[in-house]
Design a protein. Structure first.
Length: 350
């Protein structure tokens, strides 16, 4: 006969579950990025899978494999190709001391500064290069971790797609919400993912492409490289494109190319920045709006955790956290309302 009663046994089981859950979460911290990537890709690929496998009655296994291949071709390969290009260019600049000396010399002629400031600027530029190199995933130094992470991600994603209904029913069953709140959370989570990943990704791609085109037309060097850099940093609202086109224009001004400098500044502040606001407004009407403050704070949180992918995952995690708080508040208010009605009815009966 057990020395514990029913409630005590449940409490002990709960403590064991929490302890094991914390241990498992700690063990999985190295692949947390892969798990989050899986959820994001599942949310993005889900409508296509439903259309092909459930409405068009395509074979489920074939549809899942096809969508995985498409995601590799459209998302994974271009990302790592662009990362390799950025890493190569940054390494080239770091190994060219004359480049930084020439840059500091031009800045000095444009804005007279002392020797200490010159040294500070030069050192700062080199450190920015090192920091930027660490952000991007290297296919050489981190090949094993990258391949392992991708294999895990696609392994999980395949079964999440093939067993979509079972997976989603399990989420609803074990979610700590009422059924209607679980449905609301799923819908808002989908909209949040679309707004952060697809919406902000589209804005960043447009801004990067426009800057690259402007650089090419105005005769700036490396328009493709700087367009790619702008695409990455455009995930940070307002701050993104000016970080690139303002210094570039100032350097052109220092070189005596006043037309190219002023044309870039006008195009940047009139078109590049405003197109962000226009596209953000359109996307907000379609799938939801992510406040710029959430995006900026999310980037600060995400970059130390995920590197360059933190530009996407950081705001996404913060948005999910805020969404959970909203659901919790709604559930708490509903519970209080039910308790109040129950109390009133009991007093009424008395």
């Amino acid at each position: 006969m057990s020395i514990f009663n029913y409630k005590q046994r449940n409490n002990i089981n709960l403590v064991i579950i929490i302890a094991l859950g914390c241990l498992i979460a700690y063990s999985l911290q190295g692949i947390f990025g892969s798990i989050l990537s899986t959820l994001v890709l599942f949310t993005i690929l889900r409508p296509a899978y439903i259309y092909l496998a459930e409405e068009k009655q395509w074979n489920k296994n074939f549809t899942a494999v096809l969508l995985l291949i498409v995601s590799v071709v459209v998302l994974i390969l271009p990302f790592y190709a662009l990362s390799a290009m950025v890493l190569e260019k940054i390494a080239e600049l770091q190994n060219d001391p004359a480049y930084f000396k020439d840059l500091v010399f031009k800045i000095q002629h444009l804005v007279p500064v002392g020797d200490d400031i010159q040294a500070l600027i030069g050192d700062g530029l080199k450190k920015v290069g090192v920091w930027a190199t660490e952000l991007f995933p290297s296919l050489i130094s981190g090949a094993f971790n990258i391949v392992l992470g991708l294999m895990l991600m696609y392994f999980l994603l395949y079964f999440m797609l093939v067993e979509r209904e079972r997976f989603e029913n399990a989420l609803i069953k074990y979610a700590p919400f009422r059924a209607q709140n679980s449905q609301r959370f799923a819908e808002e989570m989908r909209n949040t993912t679309y707004a952060n990943v697809l919406g902000q990704g589209f804005i960043a791609l447009v801004q990067g492409s426009l800057l690259s085109l402007a650089f090419y037309i105005l005769g700036y060097t490396d328009p493709i490289f700087w367009g790619v850099i702008t695409t990455f940093i455009s995930f940070v609202p307002i701050l993104g494109p000016p970080v690139i086109f303002v210094p570039a224009a100032l350097i052109q001004m220092a070189n005596g190319n006043n037309f190219a400098a002023w044309a870039m500044l006008i195009f940047g502040f009139v078109v590049l920045i405003n197109i962000d606001n226009i596209l953000r407004f359109i996307i907000a009407k379609k799938v939801g709006n992510i406040h710029p403050i959430i995006t900026v704070i999310g980037v600060v949180i995400g970059i130390p955790l995920f590197g360059i992918l933190g530009l996407v995952f950081g705001p996404l995690l913060l948005s999910y956290f805020i969404l959970l708080i909203k659901i919790f508040e709604t559930s708490s208010m509903a519970s209080e309302r039910l308790e109040r009605i129950k109390t009133i009815s009991e007093h009424g009966e008395l």
